[in-house]
Design a protein around this ligand. Sequence first.
Ligand code: NAP
Length: 339
Amino acid sequence: MPDIPATSREWHLVARPEGWPKPQDFALREAPVIEPGPGQILVRNIYLSVDPYMRGRMNDVKSYLPPYGLDRPMDGGAVGEVVASNAEGFAVGDHVVHNDGWREYARVPAEQAVKADPDLAPLSAYLGVLGMPGLTAYAGLLRSAEFTEGDAVFVSGAAGAVGSEVGQIARLKGASRVVGSAGSDEKVRVLVEEYGFDAAFNYKSGPVAEQLALAAPGGIDVYFDNVGGEHLEAALERLNLHGRVAACGMIAQYNSTEPPPAPHNLALIVGKRLRIQGLLVLDHFDLREQFVTEVSAWIRDGSLRYDETVVKGVEHAVDAFLGMLRGANTGKMLVSLGD
Ligand code: NAP
């Protein structure tokens, strides 16, 4: 295997975090790079994805995905170049998206790799705006929340990978009003001035319920929940009759060691005939082709914008992950390993 190093670096979880993860919970270790076996490809990763769901996988609890093993390489979304192939249909030089991230080189079963065309979109987009977070936004808004033209939409985590796309898809599909919340004044500016939200607020500047009431005086029909807690409580208050909630994530509690204090107003669900629909992107891969076609056209004609926050170097992958949990990102948080 020419130009392929004998070893590559990979991140292991070495301790299960209590509350906020610490750098000492992770270790960057060397592992041999092994030639691909039958039906496998060897991929040099170019971008790694760091995502909120990975925090849940650091706990030893049963969930929709298995916990990360201790002293084992972590996995997650990645995009890279095939450098050796022992699988039909994949050639050296192809680009692929796969799930063996958190490492420099990955030996991937071919059936777990999907080709990515760098001429159609930058490779990083396949982990964000045209990848898993984008599909979450698309399916969550259009299918789980049953968005229809004229709905007023509120999305939390609105400057992140999923949220920024939810708000823009709602706008492009004819929402009567799009409101977002985010954790800094600069993010609020981006939401309104660059993504075309009608209103946005900084949830750290005052009570969410008060700020939402001002931003959505006519109420909301859809709440796309990325945050939970106080945001969900405020949204239940503001939802109109027959309103819908797409429960996508509850990042406000991912590092809590105590149960969340809110919402206290769940009884509103009855009187307003609200519907709360849990959403997992894994259930919506059938929409992928339609999603990529529609969203890539909006990107090409400039009607949908996206940001990426890119941290350079595999040695900084944990910093990128922790930074994302703290809100250091606008749009998708990625780790670049070089072209
Ligand atoms: P992201 O929004 O790009 O990054 C996470 C953001 O969460 C941070 O930038 C930070 O922004 C915000 N945040 C952190 N702590 C917060 C808190 N206590 N209160 C409010 N906001 C907080 O991440 P993403 O990948 O797009 O994911 C967004 C949500 O969707 C997460 O809840 C994730 O678990 C969920 N998700 C679910 C699925 C699914 O299939 N159900 C798939 C993908 C993602 P601020 O500066 O605004 O605080």
